[in-house]
Design a protein around this ligand. Structure first.
Ligand code: PHE
Length: 356
């Protein structure tokens, strides 16, 4: 058959010269497409004599195969080259430092509340909650603080507004977490074992006081709970919280809602102006406690002849200062970003019994 070697030279040349996939496809169509030159030649075979066909057929087939193979090879080479070009253009320096992302921190008070809840949970205490705007009854009367009782004045209470002529006692910003004792006992009855961490408010502002601060209440009521259980729970708590054995000292005290009542100190040392918990011969007062007064049980609907137990209330903020060496209480609530970044915790600093 005539002209095969010219066709071969032409198409192999065109294939080699095709600069991209589109150009290569144009060459393929020109050669092997339905109306391509090679395909037309194939059709001519039909018009040939058997003798002619015997030599022309294999030659044409061989040429078709060769061009087909050349097309494939060129296609693969172009794809490789394109990939190489992309890899060269799109490289990424994975050793570069990441872009800084703004990150929040967990406030030490939140962190410490979580730590405390984890420790008490281990001793079987559930978390109870109550409102920060509290009724006068829950905050005072139910806790055996009568209207004329001096404790009402001592608490420096914030009162909510009442319309003129509305003579109901105004709601208050709760002055302690003790009203949650009442709510929890009303809701669950006895036996009960709860803690109640949260915000409390008193009209007080100086170096060591802020008008809003945090307390954690503890309450355990059962048939035979005594002060001995209270002492064990507290020592167990302080030891877990500070990560070392901490001795406690109970001093007789008075609260209207507990009888007997005790203030509890923890062992500490003051050396070179540094306060250390769990060593030394000094004492630091950290909480109020006692056996829940029968009047309190009764106002929460629990029979004091059947049930008894202890309650305690502890300031959280100072416990955070003590554990994490934070010097100034007021800075806790100033929302200074530098302070928050310095003393704050990462979201993944999961509180655990063994942290710190
Ligand atoms: N509510 C008391 C206070 O705020 C603390 C306390 C709680 C004392 C429970 C005894 C029992 O000072």
């Amino acid at each position: 058959m005539d002209g095969l070697s010219e066709l071969r030279a032409k198409y192999l040349g065109d294939i080699g010269a095709a600069a991209d996939g589109d150009a290569l496809e144009t060459v393929r169509l020109a050669a092997l497409g339905k109306k391509g030159e090679i395909s037309l030649k194939m059709r001519e075979l039909g018009k040939m004599s058997p003798e002619e066909r015997q030599t022309a057929g294999p030659a044409l087939n061989a040429l078709k195969d060769e061009i087909d193979a050349a097309l494939r090879a060129r296609k693969a080479a172009l794809e490789d080259a394109a990939l190489d070009a992309r890899l060269a253009a799109e490289w990424l320096d994975v050793t570069l430092p990441p872009r800084p992302r703004p990150r929040g921190t967990v406030h030490p008070v939140s962190q410490v509340m979580e730590e405390m809840a984890a420790i008490f949970a281990d001793m079987g205490f559930a978390v109870a909650e109550g409102p920060q705007v509290e009724t006068d009854w829950h905050n005072f009367d139910a806790l055996n603080i009568a209207p004329e009782h001096p404790a009402r004045q001592e608490h420096d209470t914030f009162f909510m507004h009442r319309d003129a002529g509305d003579n109901r006692p105004p709601h208050v910003l709760r002055t302690h977490t003790s009203p949650v004792q009442i709510r929890a006992m009303q809701a669950q009855g006895a036996p009960i074992r709860v803690i109640a961490p949260g915000r409390v408010y008193r009209m007080d502002m100086d170096q060591t006081h802020t008008p809003m601060f945090h307390q954690i209440e503890g309450l355990a009521i059962d048939r035979d709970i005594t002060m001995a259980n209270l002492k064990w729970v507290l020592e167990e708590f302080f030891t877990a919280y500070f990560g070392r054995p901490v001795r406690t000292r109970f001093r007789a005290s008075h609260f209207p809602f507990t009888e007997p009542s005790a203030e509890v100190d923890i062992q500490c040392s003051w050396q070179g102006g540094v306060l250390r918990v769990g060593e030394g011969d000094d004492w630091l007062e950290v909480l109020g406690s006692g056996m829940v007064h029968p009047h309190v049980l009764r106002s929460a609907g629990i029979d004091p002849d059947q049930w008894q137990g202890f309650a305690f209330g502890m300031g959280i903020d100072r416990m955070a200062m003590l554990k994490y060496g934070i010097p100034d209480l007021r800075a806790f609530f100033e929302s200074d970003l530098r302070w928050l970044r310095h003393y704050g915790f990462g979201a993944l600093d999961a509180p655990s019994l063994h942290a710190g």
